[in-house]
Design a protein around this ligand. Sequence first.
Ligand SMILES: O=C(O)C(=O)C[C@]1(C(=O)O)C=C[C@@H](O)C=C1
Length: 364
Amino acid sequence: MAANELKDLIPMSEWLPGIKRPLIIAGPCSAESPEQLMQTAKEIKVLGQVDIFRAGIWKPRTFPNNFEGVGSIGLEWLREVKKETGMPVATEVGSVKHVFEAIKYGVDLIWIGARTTANPFAMQEIAEALQGVDIPVLVKNPLSPDLELWDGGINRIYAAGIRKLGAIHRGFSTWGKSDLRNTPHWQVPIELKRIHPNLPIIGDPSHICGNRTMIADIAQRAMDFNLDGLMIESHCNPDEAWSDAKQQVTPTRLGEILSGLKIKTEHTSDEKFIRTLDELRSQIDMYDDQILNILEARMKIAEKIGLCKKENNVSILQTARWSDIINKMVEKGAGKGLSDKCISEIFQSIHEESINHQINVTRD
Ligand SMILES: O=C(O)C(=O)C[C@]1(C(=O)O)C=C[C@@H](O)C=C1
């Protein structure tokens, strides 16, 4: 994918006074009452590890008649939290009205939820409402692993002049049962980072997991992939939470999770490490070149097969042969420690390319 540059983004460390990398945003899924919000905020504040306090005020729910958030009154409670604890506060917006309300009540950071990012009309309206506003805006990935839709939403906010801009990786919806609520598909945020190296990406283990037990692992994975921060849902009494109870942790547990994180950096100045890495990378470069040469040679043979087939009126697609190849390769790959997914995807791509080469050389 071609890089559409997001120039002049303001570094995350300058978004708000005192924030650090990794940026930690935590708080309840929803604001429920002034007491619940203040109690949670105070317990989170004493950890000394959280940069920004979050709470959902408007909740986009899948079914009607579920708790849809307390609405604007919750912004007054958030303002109290900010006054009492000194923590900057953040909430999700999904409409122009939400943007105006959040700004009116002095919310310090807003994010746009997955369902909203998936809707370009909503994104455009929100972007226009944000013109001239100087607060950080984070865009969650859309529900489907559609990088362009995510990037498109980010670009709409950027075009409105927002330069304190970031993304949130909250995983992707899937059909069927899985240990995780939303599949992470890490290659999607990794690709977003590649095309926009200056765009901070925050991991959202709560929504990826949908349960409490795996949050620490997924948070660590986000750090291993060099994401710039974490958003974790925390509630003073998670079992009684009005929304997403299963994935919220107590502030105490949040503190343990954060203390247990091994924070990684992408670079180091250790010379021995740099030398070893350079040496190993030159070996990888050599193998990558070999892979390309082998692919080139394979395609040349496929082209010859294509020409023979044309002369003999034989179809390009040979299902039995193709099925034989993929089964054989997956089995052999397993013996070499290569996953079924990896081998299937590689050979599907090779087969597609082979067919395209045959189509091209046999075109009249
Ligand atoms: O074996 C063939 O008939 C080919 O054309 C080669 C090849 C491949 O690339 O492996 C390509 C297309 C067919 O569907 C099956 C296999």
